[in-house]
Design a protein around this ligand. Structure first.
Ligand code: SME
Length: 168
């Protein structure tokens, strides 16, 4: 295994959530330095975040399909089998794509039109991903088996990591 990946996989991360995000954000930037490929960047972000938080049950990207009108198609992820396609406006991912606003849902069963790819997921956060030109390219979805697993700390750090990785 290349030294950088091995070093990350063996790392003991801080227990405080914000400190853990700060450490992982730094590692993501170091691993991705100089890598321009979007799929490689997305796969790395999903793998490193999923490996850093035990309660991240499903962690990954739905990409804006350039060949369809307002439709997301599954991209790089870590977790159980995800749904392949989600229309803009449908479920939590579709709401994030349509509104371009981060969605935090404490109880997915109370969210109108929620798409249950895996019934073990009970709470989630979905962050819109934009490129340097401000175009929506994807949404980043994290689902948890823990109710109300996500708060303002997750919003701040996930938005920051995605901005730094895809828009800067
Ligand atoms: N939870 C998402 C669907 C995608 S998966 O759960 C992997 C939603 O309602 O948008």
């Amino acid at each position: 295994m290349p030294a950088m990946a091995e070093a990350f996989n063996d790392k003991v991360l801080p227990t405080d959530k914000a400190q853990r995000y700060a450490a992982v954000a730094q590692e993501i930037a170091a691993v991705l330095g100089g890598e321009p490929n979007t799929v490689a960047r997305m796969a790395t972000v999903a793998a490193m975040l999923a490996a850093s938080f035990d309660h991240f049950f499903w962690t990954g990207f739905y990409l804006v399909d350039p060949d369809k009108r307002e439709e997301l198609v599954v991209g790089p992820y870590q977790g159980t089998l995800g749904c392949l396609r989600i229309a803009f406006g449908q479920g939590v991912c579709g709401a994030a794509a349509r509104t371009r606003q981060t969605q935090v849902v404490d109880d997915v069963n109370a969210f109108p039109g929620h798409i249950a790819c895996d019934s073990r997921s009970v709470s989630e956060i979905v962050v819109p991903v934009v490129d340097r030109q401000g175009r929506l390219i994807a949404v980043f979805d994290v689902d948890s088996e823990t109710p109300a697993a996500f708060d303002g700390v997750d919003v701040e750090w996930l938005e920051g990591i995605l901005q730094d990785t895809f828009a800067d």
